[in-house]
Design a binder for this molecule. Structure first.
Ligand code: SAM
Length: 282
């Protein structure tokens, strides 16, 4: 009986989960989907051998993908999530007074498995009347949509497999076209200590489509190798210049309940360590 699970993201370094119970294995039309239980991390979802989310630490990533752009903007009405089939970003977005959230996920099996095995991640968000789920390729959706969004969250797998197209200049150019004037794009950009080339590449490509580009950082235990970078791209640099009290006014007015995000963490997340700053000019 298999009792350990080793992630295969990195060739010469692995995180290994012990004393696990396999709950689900499925080969979807896009990827291998595995779900298992872990004494330390609750229920874990992996795609093509790469850890996607765990019920124990998902709050960190999903809160930091969602609240900095929505609190900074202050009046977000329409949100687009590309990827994010586990529903964690969707759950956090719906804590804000948005009018609509469109989630474009290429693999219906991820949504089904998340609802069945990790229901606390979406916590009913897929059934919210403001939610619209589109099962399809995010690249195609953004190229063809004539809708305008205030925030676009690219909650994709890494740039291998189906996620690869979501790290291209063409994709970012279409995101820029579909964004309102004060809009923000936030995109998962990997762990710079182990994936430095990805951060440099994403920065350059985001800069080709947006005038104000940087990253925020957060440390997610099962995204191994140190802090993770989330790309931040906008046409309005003032969105990054709000003071802690302005941020607190918005989050308090909305009664935002979080376990990681706070106005202080929001501001601190933009303070990039030198080795990450250096990757931007590499
Ligand atoms: N939080 C995770 C991370 O940081 O790696 C991502 C989790 S979420 C499960 C990633 C989702 O992106 C997967 O469900 C995958 O099917 C979806 N995805 C990958 N490529 C896509 C594409 N081209 N269009 C839409 N969804 C895509």
């Amino acid at each position: 009986m298999v009792t350990t699970y080793a992630e295969i993201l990195h060739r010469d370094w692995q995180q290994r989960f012990g004393n696990i119970q396999i709950l689900h294995v499925e080969t979807t039309p896009f990827q291998k989907l595995e779900v298992f239980s872990s004494p330390s991390f609750g229920t874990v979802m992996a795609l093509d051998g790469v850890i996607q989310t765990t019920t124990a630490d998902e709050f960190i990533y999903h809160e930091m993908m969602v609240h900095p752009p929505l609190v900074a903007h202050g009046a977000v009405k329409r949100v687009l999530i590309i990827g994010g089939g586990d529903g964690g970003c969707l759950r956090e977005v719906l804590k804000h007074p948005v009018e609509s959230v469109t989630l474009v996920e290429i693999d219906a099996a991820v949504i089904a498995a998340s609802k069945r095995f990790l229901p606390e991640l979406s916590a009913g968000a897929f059934d919210d009347p403001r939610t619209r789920v589109v099962v399809g390729d995010g690249l195609k959706f953004i190229a063809e949509t004539d809708e305008i969004f205030d925030v676009i969250l690219v909650d994709s797998t890494d740039p291998e497999g189906p996620g690869e197209v979501l790290f291209t200049e063409a994709f970012y150019a279409d995101c820029a076209r579909a964004l309102s004037p004060r809009g923000v794009v936030v995109t998962q950009c990997g762990v710079p200590f182990l994936q430095p080339a990805g951060v440099t590449r994403s920065y350059r490509r985001l800069c080709s489509g947006f005038s104000d580009v940087t990253f925020t950082v957060c440390a997610v235990p099962t995204y191994v190798g140190g802090v993770m970078t989330l790309g931040w791209a906008s046409a309005d640099p003032t969105l990054r210049c709000l003071g802690v009290e302005s941020l607190r006014a918005v989050s308090t007015a909305r009664g935002l309940t979080t376990r990681y995000y706070s106005p202080e963490v929001h501001l601190a997340a933009f303070a990039l360590p030198r080795y990450i700053q250096d990757l931007l000019s590499a």
